[in-house]
Write a protein that binds this ligand. Sequence first.
Ligand code: NAD
Length: 267
Amino acid sequence: MSERIRVLVSGARGRMGREVVKAVLGDESLALVAAVDHNGMGEDAAVLAGLPACGVLLQGDLTAAIAETRPQVMVDFTNPASVLENVRTALAARVAPVVGTTGLSTKDMEEIADWAAANETGCLIAPNFAIGALLMMRFARDAARFFPNVEIIEYHHDQKLDAPSGTAIKTAELIREERQAIRQGHLQEEEKIAGSRGGDFDGMRIHSVRLPGLVAHQEVIFGALGQTLSIRHDSISRESFMPGVLEAIHRIGACKGLIYGLDKLIF
Ligand code: NAD
């Protein structure tokens, strides 16, 4: 058997991090070599994920973890305030980041592209790892050729820090590739409560719903004369993201530079 890919999980104590730890431990071609989190230092990463102990204990310092365990790939599911520095640290050590954390700005992404190129290392930033969500985005882009009037409604759990979601932004960017920019709605429409019409992205409206009980869901609604078309994807559990994360871990080593969107890696 070929050498196992050495994986570090950053944010290993979080909701997504624990799921990634479980997925990596369940893949015989991968080796979990380190688990980093600001909380829970010294706890066994597998136990946190609901499995028998694996001997990989949570540590707080990413630089030290990389130096000690020599990972090839860092999977990051942390938060918008931490992710940029984590990616910089990983790329400086030529560890390929697979980033699920959302909330990075265009400027952040440009910086990451420069660091990835300078270190000749691959880096994936994927707003959504669920294959069904990638298909939803692709179908929405196709539909926009025929239906320029569109609104996006995304629904997430109420602990999410950024709005709109990375998936909604990526969907709007893909739709923009196909449709003429138009101003939607009545020219004289007036918001009685600020924000009622949602965020404006190139004339499209994006609405963010935050409620306990939700995971990650999105509906793209197109309207035309006498008809509407709704394209919807639901991540019912965080397991939905894991096949995409594993695929990315396997493929990122063969890449150089920044890749934005899992679709670029697998379609
Ligand atoms: P969470 O709050 O449950 O977990 C985040 C974890 O990161 C916490 O344990 C926290 O202690 C840790 N952390 C914070 N800063 C850190 C740092 N500098 N180094 C190491 N650990 C650090 O959040 P979550 O629900 O797991 O979501 C994490 C991120 O993933 C969010 O940005 C969310 O939007 C995103 N997300 C992306 C996808 C996708 O498919 N791309 C899917 C779901 C969630």
